[in-house]
Design a protein around this ligand. Structure first.
Ligand code: PMV
Length: 324
């Protein structure tokens, strides 16, 4: 009863920001992402009647009790689906530093959904795996697929129409993503808490909802027509709108630090110099810069020169789920 799966992280081009159902992880809006080639989580799950509890080992270390409880909660769903009650030992490894500011929950829950269901003897297709991964971390539902992916929010209360699906294969349009690390300090407001607080208290949240569906449709069109300038301008303004909602929350919060702003300004100055580059920022201070492969070295070099940039990682669209 053992299986191993690998899933890659994704970055949001149009953000998932806000839930309409907290326990089923149902989003308020559609979102769009790129799965990255460089960063992935590999997870092995073994169920055994000999185990009295679940065990979660993350990067060769026993996980904290909070992380353990989240994994057990997730595995309870898998046990419920299979009708078996065995506990499991879960070994998960990220090929990137977990504290390096890259979303590991997306690749983590996508890999866990795949490995745990296979290990327990369920044979789920990608749609069902996407729905299951969503219940660990919303954005994980998009990491089932490679390339460019949409998460359709769905309308139903039971979540059966809320899952991800591919929009374009990575090979259909090669874009470059420079991931810019400005800090590896863990954020003080998690994405889960941040979006909840924003939905409940920010007067700017209604502005987000008013415009995000148009952003989603235009960004998807831009993807399909390979219109880089249009795609870039939409994803940048969508990211800014998401972060603006946090400033209106009560208590207010902000994911950026001063180095985040330095990167934003550098991207703007690259553009005035004729290089098409656009930024996006998820729930944290690190920045992802989109550009075309012909400009990737120039973009990377200019960002690396900034004094508060700790590291940059050059990524391209990556693959979906694999079993090892
Ligand atoms: O799935 P979570 O809880 O990690 O939330 C992700 C939130 C954002 O990264 C800000 C947006 C997104 O669509 O990934």
């Amino acid at each position: 009863m053992k299986a191993t799966a690998r899933a890659h992280t994704n970055i949001a081009l149009i953000k998932y920001w806000g839930k309409r159902d907290e326990s089923l992880f149902l989003p308020m809006n559609n979102s769009l992402s790129i799965t990255l080639d460089k960063f992935h989580t590999t997870t092995a799950v073994e169920f055994c009647p000999c185990l009295p509890v679940d065990l979660f080992i993350m990067n060769n270390q026993l996980a904290s009790s909070t992380e353990m409880a989240r994994i057990t909660h997730f595995l309870d769903r898998v046990r419920g689906m299979s009708g078996k009650s065995w506990h499991a030992v879960v070994h998960s490894t990220n090929n990137f530093p977990t504290a390096a500011g890259f979303a590991s929950s997306a690749s983590g829950y996508a890999a866990l959904a795949a490995a745990s269901t296979k290990a327990i003897g369920l044979d789920l297709g990608n749609k069902a795996l996407s729905q299951l991964a969503r219940l660990g971390s919303g954005s994980a539902c998009r990491s089932i697929y490679g390339g460019y992916v949409e998460w359709q929010k769905g309308e139903k209360n039971d979540g059966t129409d809320s899952f991800a699906k591919p929009v374009l294969e990575g090979g259909d349009w090669d874009l470059s993503i420079v991931s810019v690390l400005v800090t590896d300090t863990p954020k003080t407001v998690s994405s889960r808490e941040g979006m909840k607080r924003t939905v409940e208290t920010s007067p700017f949240y209604s502005g987000w909802l008013d415009s995000v569906e148009a952003d989603f449709l235009h960004a998807k069109e831009a993807l399909i027509h390979h219109d880089f300038e249009l795609l870039g301008s939409i994803i940048e303004s969508n990211a800014l709108k998401m972060h603006a909602t946090t400033l209106g929350a009560n208590p207010p919060f902000m994911y950026w630090n001063s180095a985040t702003l330095d990167v934003i300004k550098e991207v703007q100055s690259l553009r005035s110099g004729g290089i098409q580059a656009y930024f996006t920022i998820d729930a944290g201070p690190n920045v992802k810069v989109l550009c075309q492969p012909k400009d990737e070295q120039a973009v990377r070099e200019s960002l690396e020169k900034l004094p508060n940039v700790q590291n940059t990682y050059l990524c391209h669209p990556g693959p979906g789920l694999t079993y090892l």
